[in-house]
Design a protein around this ligand. Structure first.
Ligand code: NAD
Length: 305
């Protein structure tokens, strides 16, 4: 396939490289010169602008991997009178946005693309930079069946698990719901370890019980927030991410937006949003989100003093 890949950051560049390695014709672009330099050094052809990448690639597929929904919508429709990607693409081009953005922003992107005569999917990912590099990402996809089927071979060049979650925006919906579960469960596991410490229970004993009982979850058995029981968890390397607190805070901001707009009584989700916002506003931004255990321990010590 002929593919324009826009947004060559931590995730986008390795994803674009995997597409090229799988035999697709890829032309990239990023507004940040450092990302363009890295792409060139990696042997990826780049164009002067996003629109030029779409034209140069004679793109059948346009993939965006940006930080925010505003960036996606601005790029689609153009800003300050400059034409957008939707204007320069051939009719019927398949637009795939893999950025993590709000469900209603994703739906707005679908509407813009369809109104311009194109096809569109939201396809956010999980798996982080390691997954992007190793082509083992999970894709959560929203959009029409036929567009999903057309995109599948392309997504398979970048990922291992590709799930069609339903219509427009439902890929983002699945991502936001999953990450809300993850945030709440990571906090619960961290609280349990600190409570266990206070009660005289060893980390290993709690792990041995809970990992084989109803407390079992990914936050415990893969991302264990104390060093020792799971040697590969970030706690064993001073909480280097992994999944950074800043990204968890961003995703919970999207969860909060969805919770408020739907009126769901998601008290745990809202509390997790507040806890991770404070964590990311402080030292936690660059730490793995399991580092929340240190905040809980510190706050507990303050309470006991
Ligand atoms: P990043 O900041 O490293 O990369 C985003 C890139 O998009 C930047 O280089 C930026 O210059 C570029 N960009 C913005 N507007 C552009 C435009 N109009 N045209 C061309 N380029 C443009 O971010 P990242 O870590 O690669 O994450 C990308 C997305 O993936 C985010 O939405 C993030 O939430 C999501 N995500 C990230 C991870 C992770 O571990 N990093 C994991 C899952 C999902």
């Amino acid at each position: 396939m002929r593919i324009a890949f826009l947004g060559l950051g931590h995730m986008g560049l390795p994803m674009a490289r995997n597409l090229a390695a799988a035999g697709h014709d890829v032309v990239g672009f990023d507004v940040f010169q450092g990302a363009m330099d890295a792409a060139t050094a990696a042997g990826l052809p780049v164009a002067e602008t996003g629109a030029a990448a779409v034209s140069a690639a004679r793109a059948e597929i346009v993939i965006t991997m940006f930080q925010s929904g505003k960036q996606v919508l601005d790029a689609y429709r153009g800003v300050d009178g400059a034409g957008g990607l939707l204007d320069v693409a051939e009719p019927g081009t398949l637009f795939i946005d893999s950025s993590t953005i709000a469900v209603d922003e994703a739906r707005a992107a679908h509407q813009l693309a369809e109104a311009a005569g194109h096809r569109s999917l939201d396809a956010p990912v999980s798996g982080g930079v390691v997954g992007a590099e190793n082509a083992t990402l999970a894709f959560m996809v929203g959009g029409r069946d036929e567009d999903f089927e057309a995109a599948r071979p392309v997504l398979e060049a970048m990922g291992r698990r590709i799930v069609h979650c339903g219509g427009a925006g439902l890929g983002q919906a699945a991502k936001v719901c999953n990450n809300m579960i993850l945030a709440v469960s990571q906090i619960a596991v961290a609280e349990a370890f600190v409570l266990g410490e206070r009660l005289g229970l060893s980390h290993q004993a709690l792990f041995d019980v809970a990992s084989n009982a109803s407390g079992q979850c990914w936050a415990l058995t893969t991302n264990c927030p104390v060093p020792g029981p799971v040697p590969t968890s970030p706690a064993n390397r001073d909480y280097q991410p992994g999944f950074a607190g800043a990204l968890m805070s961003k995703d919970l901001g999207l969860a909060e937006h969805a919770i408020v707009s739907t009126g769901v009584d998601a008290q745990m989700g809202m509390l997790a949003r507040r806890i991770y916002q404070e964590f990311a506003d402080g030292a936690g931004a660059g730490q793995d989100f399991s580092g929340i255990i240190n905040t809980i321990r510190d706050e507990s010590a303050r309470g006991a003093a």
